[in-house]
Design a protein around this ligand. Structure first.
Ligand SMILES: C=CC1=C(C)c2cc3[nH]c(cc4nc(cc5[nH]c(cc1n2)c(C)c5CCC(=O)O)C(CCC(=O)O)=C4C)c(C)c3C=C
Ligand code: FES
Ligand code: FE2
Length: 375
């Protein structure tokens, strides 16, 4: 497997194995022809979408959806930029960590995607080849959902417990960081930049419309923490902005016929126009790099529609290469390493609690395994 694909940072000096920071995310097709494989892997994920006869139905559902999603990736420039941004973020973070926490240097960032290369299995092989003995599973979703971070951890648990990463690797987990001051600062700065596009006299009336990927109500109703955690991020951003503007949190990207968390972003824009709120900043809050939901759904669909409704709308940029954000990633990890060496244990207190409605036995096994440091 291509060595440079999963690993991001320079090779460690001979004899010293790196502290691995595993950046977990879903990934996206880097090129348009990879869309069908991405969707097939996504529809095959029981932790995300449990469907009957999954093995049989997943490829059929993926094939049916491919033309529509291929068109969206074509329209945003021919693929998802998530791997490129994750590499930039990971390299920047690892470099800063060598300074912030030299005791555990060298640090090396690895990408583990759930639905496209580098998949977790490929990253595991690379870590084994590098002789990794200490690893941090670092979710790149700021807010925890069992459908996103939970799915990535379940996959890492399957690979890790099978010995694919190597023997006696010491694991710990960064499972959520949606209210970390560095993350909140980076988002807030991007909102301020978007607000500055409005005339000074209009600025205070602009509605901040925070938009996050929705969740099926079946997931919300089993006690998934994501809705609460996204709300906490919004609240922290508004505190940082000194409540300078009115705001709402709305939900986007519902798929299929089942009930999803609302209000839908598109409907909210129509409602605001109807009520005479004609100045809006759209704020992506639950994903750290651009993807079809920002570049297609927000920029091409909703913002266009809003302009037809007479709304002046600007989108806050995604975090992408933001140095404030990269510094936040390094700070989060450095604090985790400090807490760990002070005896805090491999997982957070909140990590251990399963959703009250959870019936997925892998969740329980995974949490026990990580709480024992991957043993
Ligand atoms: C925090 C972010 C996300 C949550 C929570 C989430 C939950 C979730 N998603 C689906 C179904 C689909 N999601 C799809 C694409 C997709 N999802 C996210 C993020 C979250 N999903 C992103 C960033 C993307 C797009 C990747 C990109 O490059 O833009 C898709 C495929 C696209 C499509 O067919 O529309 C599906 C399907 C479920 C069922 C779910 C919660 C259970
Ligand atoms: S679904 Fe949340 S812990 Fe299993
Ligand atoms: Fe999704």
């Amino acid at each position: 497997m291509a060595r440079s694909f999963a690993s991001l940072h320079k090779s460690p000096p001979a004899g010293k194995s790196p502290t691995a920071i595993v950046m977990m995310n879903m990934g996206g097709p880097a090129t348009v022809p990879e869309t069908e494989e991405f969707l097939k892997n996504l529809f095959s994920d029981r932790d995300l979408i449990p469907i009957p006869f999954q093995r049989f139905l997943a490829p059929i559902l993926a094939r049916r959806r491919t033309p529509q999603i291929e068109k969206q990736y074509t329209d945003i420039g021919g693929g998802s930029p998530i791997l490129r941004y994750t590499k930039i973020q990971g390299e920047g973070m690892a470099k800063l960590l060598d300074e912030l926490h030299p005791e555990t240097a060298p640090h090396k960032a690895y990408v583990a995607f759930r639905y496209v290369r580098p998949l977790t299995e490929e990253t595991a092989r690379q870590m084994k080849a590098d002789g990794v003995k200490r690893a941090i599973a670092f979710t790149q979703y700021p807010q925890y959902s069992c459908s996103t971070t939970g799915s990535s951890l379940n996959e890492l648990f399957r690979r890790g417990s099978a010995g694919d990463v190597g023997q006696n690797v010491e694991w710990s987990v960064i499972d959520r960081w949606g209210t970390h001051p560095g993350f909140i600062e980076a988002v807030s700065q991007n909102i301020e930049a978007a607000l500055s596009k409005f005339s000074a006299s209009d600025r205070k009336d602009v509605v901040l419309l925070f938009s996050a990927h929705s969740l099926p109500m079946s997931v919300v109703n089993r006690g998934d923490p994501y809705i609460l955690e996204v709300s906490a991020s919004v609240s922290a951003v508004m505190d940082r902005l000194g409540h300078s503007n009115p705001y709402r949190l709305v939900w986007q990207s519902q798929v299929g016929p089942s009930a999803w968390m609302g209000m839908q972003t598109g409907e909210a824009l129509k409602g605001l126009a109807r009520l005479g709120n004609k100045k809006v900043v759209l704020v992506p809050i639950a994903f750290t790099s651009d993807h079809i939901e920002t570049l297609y759904e927000l920029d091409l669909e909703y913002a266009e529609e809003a302009r037809h409704l007479g709304i002046e709308v600007h989108r806050a940029a995604s975090l992408n290469e933001s140095p404030v954000f990269i510094r936040a990633l390094a700070d989060i990890t450095a604090q985790h390493l400090r807490d760990y060496s002070a005896g805090s244990g491999p997982v957070s207190t909140q990590f251990g609690l399963r959703c009250p409605g959870c019936t997925n036995i892998t969740c329980g096994q995974q949490k026990t395994w990580f709480a024992r440091g991957g043993r």
